[in-house]
Design a protein around this ligand. Structure first.
Ligand code: FES
Length: 320
């Protein structure tokens, strides 16, 4: 269960584009909102037991509100429909404090921002921050059409409008990733957010163009595949402090096994996309299934996401 911390009030609910609705949260009387940095997200308890993560898309200098935007996807796991249809202005909602696994690199001399669809949300907050700091950046926003591009008017009327290019599928204006990614230096950083296929394409092209892995940052919105029980195997985890060994059956997650034995692992998305549960590994080789750790971090095998990742070695010793 996520560590939800505070109650906020829905002050506005706005249709930003076809199937995209924004929610503005403000502090309840007598409280204040904690500051956040560009790229941060919050957990939102949509109804008891249903928690989803949403990136904050307002200017991080704003102290009086958090703004999120939700793509209503009837075919998804149900969170987006529940929040768009079920939460109204003046409702009180429980959220977590902002967390950031997608932060801007402060030493970057130039930044490339790539957004696909609803992936605009953290990217827009980043654009606000970069424009304010005076860091040169170029932003590309891909959407199926103008009507599906949330925050189009906010962007075109912003002080960074000249740094933004729109790419709409229905206008036959595809993004030319080869050209855009051809320019890079050691101090350039790339941030991409959107559907998994969009992110995968950008990452592959960036790698082929010679971008260093540490300069390419991504934020996924959708989790990877569910477990395929025919292909999974059981393994053991060892609690380093006590030597206790626990078996993880192929239909259970490490987090579930730990929770059943009294270990309080903080959880939120439970699908490898938020980073809340990251736990140190002392020995053994994790089978990384999360979308939070970078390739370099995964290669070190000294941490993993017990909500979704498993083990390649027969035993995984955890720093617990
Ligand atoms: Fe979100 Fe594990 S709980 S990555």
């Amino acid at each position: 269960m996520a560590q939800l911390k505070r109650t906020v009030k829905v002050s506005t609910k706005t249709v930003e584009a076809d199937d995209v609705t924004s929610f503005e949260f403000v502090a309840t009387e007598g409280s204040t909102l904690r500051p956040f940095s560009a790229g941060s997200h919050i957990d939102v308890e949509i109804k008891p037991g249903l928690i989803r993560q949403y990136s904050l898309c307002n200017d991080p200098r704003e102290k009086h509100r958090y703004l999120i935007a939700v793509l209503r996807e009837p075919k998804s796991r149900g969170g987006s429909v529940a929040i768009v249809d079920g939460i109204a202005v003046d409702d009180e909602v429980t959220i977590s404090e902002p967390r950031n696994h997608f932060a801007l690199e402060p030493t970057a001399r130039r930044v490339l921002l790539l957004a696909g669809g609803i992936g605009i949300t953290p990217i827009l907050s980043m654009a606000e921050a970069l424009a304010h700091d005076g860091t040169p950046f170029e932003m590309h926003y891909c959407a199926r059409s103008r009507n599906r591009a949330a925050f189009h008017d906010r962007i075109t009327s912003s002080n960074f409008a000249d740094s933004v290019r729109f790419h709409f599928d229905d206008k036959d204006a595809p993004i030319d990733l080869d050209r855009i990614l051809a320019v890079h230096e050691q101090s350039y950083h790339l941030y991409v957010c959107g559907p998994n296929s969009f992110i995968d394409a950008v990452i592959a092209k960036a790698k082929a163009a010679g971008w260093a892995a540490g300069n390419v940052h991504k934020e996924f919105f959708t989790p990877s595949e569910d477990l395929d029980l025919d292909r999974e195997r059981s393994f053991e985890i060892e609690i380093c402090s006590t030597g206790e060994r626990l078996k993880v059956e192929k239909d259970k997650s490490v987090a579930e096994v730990l929770g059943a034995h009294g270990f309080d692992i903080p959880l939120s998305c439970e699908q490898g996309i938020c980073g809340t549960c990251i736990t140190r590994v002392i020995k053994g080789t994790p089978d990384h299934r999360d979308m939070i750790l970078t390739d370099d971090e995964k290669a070190k095998n000294d941490q993993f996401a017990p909500c979704c990742s498993r083990s390649i070695s027969d035993v995984l010793v955890l720093d617990l």
